[in-house]
Write a protein that binds this ligand. Structure first.
Ligand SMILES: [Zn+2]
Length: 476
């Protein structure tokens, strides 16, 4: 077996794909993702005799043969319906019947979920291209299906003796990961000039009454600004102070394209990244070990301006951002991964835009970083996706009292930790202001404190997680 051939092949697993599967690239990609989640780097080989894994409908040749739905199933994925096999919801095309038993094709299922094929089935997507409650029919609010399949594969491979030990999922002593991220959507609550500048846009978009209200907000803002400290910026400062006290670090995503810029959306942010106060604040964070990434604008993908928004970021903060998250999870709704190809092209190592607004869970079947694939063009996107598991708004909508929401949060953390996954949460920078979501941010601080004190949990920034997944975990 290849895994025994020397230390340079540690954590490698050779796999063979049946020649009858004509389009081998997506199949190979899906096997590689499954293996990576399981703890090995996949190596595609041409001889089935050399392989630890064989993906074929023919009689077993490799040490482990994966159930294979065959070329026809791969060719006719569209139209698949959710079916439950062994307690897992999978696409009907991935069900393999063998001797009266139903088995799951883990490769096709992985491809189906990680490339978001389920999102184009009836009732899943909400405008603008983000799944809503309808995603529940695919079981992804209950469990990370792809992670489940990867764990089964891990056990099968270890039991077979066909491979060496699996690479550790997380650093030594850690069995799961927690990643705290903040989107900066609102920097100042009191911004008299900002509101004043938006009056003409408001007039054009929503009429004179709305424009008049904006004018009024400008006047009230001017008074409040003189009277008190801004609660939005104060909330962000409180996050940093809280995290410093716990000894943990987070990432904040900052926008460089606002609603007054060309080809923007009225829902883009209202602040200007080049403000000296924000600059200084971010520089202090970077110095202290926090991560700052780009919060790309809603129309960024539409006007293909990732380079431009990134250049602005570099000019403002003096470094190239390595992570991107789009405002409103905005990716091309007809081809999400095409946007990720553009994100990679602008020099990003990872994206973290595969989140949801109305619900929380596992949008693409995993909580762990994976390498996304663009199914429309049949190419790898060239970066990592770190999928957010829960956004603050979604948790707020999930219950009508903070006690209930705390329980929901704990249950979600339990699911992720049970699978040894990565609990990436998106808590907005202004969430600690008591006027936001009835003070949900404050009500959840104890939960984060509890996680930070869990010795089995690795609390890390996205950047640290991506470095771990790219390189560190594969070193022997
Ligand atoms: Zn945002």
């Amino acid at each position: 077996m290849l895994a025994d051939s020397g230390s340079t092949l540690a954590f490698k697993c050779a796999f063979h794909i049946a020649p009858s599967l004509r389009d081998r690239e997506p199949v190979g990609w899906a096997i590689e993702q499954l293996l990576q989640l399981a703890g090995w780097q996949g190596l595609c080989v041409t001889s089935s005799q050399e392989a630890g894994i064989s993906y074929s409908r023919l009689a077993p040749t490799g040490a482990v043969t994966l159930p294979c739905a065959g070329a026809d199933a791969w060719a006719k994925l569209t139209g698949s319906k959710p079916v439950t096999v062994d307690g897992l919801v999978v696409p009907s095309a991935a069900v393999v019947s063998e001797g009266g038993l139903q088995r799951i094709d883990p490769v096709l299922t992985t491809y189906w979920f990680l490339t978001g094929q389920h999102e184009s089935t009836d009732g899943v997507l909400q405008k603008p291209g983000v799944p809503g409650k309808g995603i529940a029919k695919w079981g992804l609010l209950d469990r990370p299906t792809v992670d489940h399949l990867a764990e089964q594969l891990r056990q099968q491979l270890l039991a077979s003796g066909a491979v060496g030990p699996a690479s550790p999922h997380w650093p030594e002593g850690k069995s799961w990961c927690f990643c705290l991220t903040h989107d900066c959507d609102r920097l100042h609550r009191y911004r008299p000039l900002g509101y004043l500048r938006e009056v003409p846009i408001e007039w054009k978009s929503n009429g004179p009454l709305s424009a008049g209200m904006k004018l009024g907000r400008s006047a009230v803002s001017a008074i409040m600004k003189l009277k008190s400290k801004d609660p939005y910026l104060g909330s962000w400062e409180s996050w940093i102070a809280f995290e410093r006290e716990l000894g943990i670090r987070s990432a904040s995503y900052v926008a460089t394209w606002n609603r007054l810029d060309a080809n923007s959306s009225p829902s883009d942010v209202g602040y200007t990244a080049s403000r000296p106060q924000l600059r200084q604040f971010c520089e202090n964070m970077i110095e202290g070990g926090w991560e700052i990434g780009l919060h790309s604008s809603i129309n960024c993908w539409r006007y293909d301006r990732f380079d431009e928004e990134t250049d602005r970021f570099t000019k403002c903060f003096g470094l190239s951002p390595k992570g991107s998250r789009s405002h409103h999870w905005s990716l091309n709704p007809d081809a999400h991964e095409q946007t990720l190809v553009s994100v990679a092209g602008a020099g990003f190592d990872y994206d973290s835009s595969m989140g949801m607004n109305e619900v929380h869970g596992f949008r693409r079947g995993t909580s762990c970083p994976y390498h996304p694939y663009d199914p429309t063009n049949g190419i790898r996107c060239g970066l990592w996706e770190l999928p957010p598991v829960m956004m603050d708004d979604a948790l707020y909508k999930a219950g009508d009292a903070h006690e209930i929401r705390r329980k929901i949060f704990r249950d979600r953390v339990d699911t992720v930790s049970r699978y040894g996954g990565c609990m990436t949460i998106d808590w907005h920078t202004d969430m600690l202001w008591n006027g936001h979501m009835d003070g949900l941010g404050m009500a959840l601080l104890d939960e984060i404190t509890l996680i930070a004190s869990d010795a089995s949990c690795w609390v890390a920034t996205p950047r640290q997680i991506i470095d771990w997944c790219t390189d560190i975990r594969w070193r022997t």
